[in-house]
Ligand binder design. Structure first.
Ligand SMILES: NC(=O)c1ccc[n+]([C@@H]2O[C@H](COP(=O)([O-])OP(=O)(O)OC[C@H]3O[C@@H](n4cnc5c(N)ncnc54)[C@H](OP(=O)(O)O)[C@@H]3O)[C@@H](O)[C@H]2O)c1
Length: 214
């Protein structure tokens, strides 16, 4: 697939490299420097290049949205028309100092995002995963037991694409249902981060919700 990365930081940079190594064509976009995007493309060691958000969106089979909540409007504006696009969002609706969700309980970042781009098809995924574990999961992807990752969305074809990307990273994708489930998974993502950074056992603990689907 052609995968556009909107936000090439900790999550977008790592996931983009992994998607390229898994054989996808990746366009890294939206960082503060063009040099960084080019470096990521070089390091991806697959079919990858640097581009603008608009170029990342052009002909993309899927777009990974991985920016801070405060940058969503800007990156969407730069990406242009996203009608019909599959947007896999790992972005959590956090406040400026990343201490609280600014959308919660009765809605979620993913649902608000879907309202901002009603013609796109939003899937919420990867936001329960600390970026630190991504390469480890990718390297262990051929093992019999894979850690699970939740995803949710309202459109079945876009969910199939998200599930394929999740599998390519090395996770077992767990369909958590419609997009409104994100109002429960997003606070859960904060719990995961808390476990990863403050609990015993480190990041590994955070994504071990194996067999959750059963
Ligand atoms: N990190 C995690 O473990 C994790 C886990 C789950 C969910 N999330 C969520 O995923 C999203 C992304 O998190 P992250 O940790 O990947 O963030 P990040 O490392 O800060 O990445 C954000 C990207 O946006 C770019 N950016 C910021 N301001 C910009 C501007 N004015 N112009 C152009 N580019 C700009 C940054 O550029 P630079 O590269 O130049 O800084 C960076 O590439 C967030 O919503 C977060 O809540 C993160």
């Amino acid at each position: 697939m052609r995968v556009g990365i909107l936000g090439s930081g900790l999550m977008g940079g790592k996931l983009g490299k992994i998607f390229a190594r898994a054989g996808h064509e990746v366009v890294f976009s939206y960082a503060r420097s063009e040099q960084k995007l080019k470096r990521l493309a070089r390091e991806a060691k697959g079919k990858a290049r640097a581009g603008s958000p608009r170029e990342a969106a052009q002909d993309a089979d899927a777009l990974l949205l991985a920016v801070h909540w405060s940058r969503i409007d800007d990156v969407l504006k730069q990406a242009g028309d996203l009608s019909g696009k599959v947007i896999v969002s790992c972005s959590l609706p956090m406040n400026a100092d990343d201490t609280e969700l600014v959308v919660a309980h009765t809605s979620s970042g993913a649902e608000e995002l879907a309202k901002m781009i009603p013609k796109a098809r939003v899937v919420s995924a990867f936001n329960t995963v600390p970026s630190e574990v991504l390469f480890g999961v990718f390297e262990a992807r051929r093992k019999a037991t894979r850690p699970s990752v939740l995803y949710c969305g309202d459109n079945s074809s876009s969910k199939r694409i998200a599930a394929e990307l999740i599998r390519d990273v090395g996770f077992d994708p767990v369909d958590a249902g419609p997009l409104r489930i994100a109002r429960y998974t997003e606070p859960f993502a904060l719990l995961v981060a808390q476990l990863a950074y403050e609990g015993k056992g480190g990041p590994e603990l955070a994504y071990r919700f194996e067999r959750l689907a059963k």
